[in-house]
Design a binder for this molecule. Sequence first.
Ligand code: NAD
Length: 386
Amino acid sequence: MSARRIGVIGLGQRIAHVLAAMVETGWDLNLAGYSDPAPVGLSILGDVGIPPGRSYRDEAELLADGPYDLVMIGSPNHLHLDHLKAALAAGFPIFSEKPIVRTQPETFDLARILAAEGPPPLFIGLVMRSMPIVREVLARLAAGELGELISIDATEHLHPEHGAYLARNWRRKGEWGGSFMLDKVCHDFDIFGAMAGARAAKVASFGGRRIFHPDRVDIPLTYEDGSAAYALRDAGWMGANDAFQSDMDLFDHQTAIVRYESGLALAFHSNSHVALQERRWYVAGTHGTLIADLVRNRLMVRPALDRRKPERIDFASRTDDLHNGADQAMAADLLAALDGRARFPVTPADSMEAGLTVMAIDQSAARGEMVDCREMWAAFDAAISP
Ligand SMILES: NC(=O)c1ccc[n+]([C@@H]2O[C@H](COP(=O)([O-])OP(=O)(O)OC[C@H]3O[C@@H](n4cnc5c(N)ncnc54)[C@H](O)[C@@H]3O)[C@@H](O)[C@H]2O)c1
């Protein structure tokens, strides 16, 4: 087969990294071009030697220059729906970054479009689904190794540079990013839904902006060795200069509790300025327990009534981006799905359910009360199966 012809809408850091992983895993690709007013990812493509192709005026001009074997969407979250609509109408296979869309009305709108006949294949970049450690966790749960799932304790804690980037990048504002948790942990809530085999029934959440806040005084701006803090990366499209003084209107830390329809209870804790980085799932079932350490890429499992040493699996491939080889695994999954050799590990419906779960959590934090999700799921079901 000749090289796959690819068009990119939103050539930011993320799509550039995904393209690099595609090339690394043996894709034969021809990047025809991109539409992006300020392509942050160009230098990354340059570093890995992928010619970026032509710069199109906008997505309409790019799509009119098809056919494409794949259209890739990597724009900021508030543009996903418009870009998806345009790409779906053009009819080429699509890879779109997460979160699939940003709000409940956008989700219902997209669900209605996808429910109409004949949408092209749509693959969403919920990259954790491709991680070997996550696949192992889901396989063990599916095999019943932990018995019935009772409760989960999960975390996502970011180092200060990462948090400062979020406070300066377009992700700092709801109108662009959606929310702190939607942008960062829709991945995790997608997996929790898969673990539960059920939807969220009730959610409650608290969050705030108390770290990257203009009222804080005497903030140390250097590390112990004198190097500058909070300045790691170029903040990119619509970026702000100062993480503390920016016009951020989203949380920088948040906690949530969820009761799933299966009875599973989950507690989630996230913070964007920690000294001890962590992304960890502690999963307790009637017959066993597991801890998935997603930062160190290690899994520990033991049956409840077993006093021997727990089983430990060290999934090697740790990488600086903390994706730990997931991008390469997703690139392979994408090629297999396009070739019809395997199903992509996550569906658009899964992606919308994960997003809606986090949106309900945010609704709870905004209202200061527990949210019953029944109405939301009824609206979603009506949209997705009219
Ligand atoms: N799956 C993952 O692990 C993962 C990781 C990082 C980011 N993402 C997602 O990828 C997407 C992009 O994030 P990023 O980190 O690459 O951000 P980024 O800021 O690096 O890139 C966004 C790009 O979109 C461009 N853009 C802005 N307006 C546009 C328009 N009208 N048309 C086309 N392009 C436009 C910007 O100029 C920029 O180049 C987001 O949806 C984000 O949530 C996913």
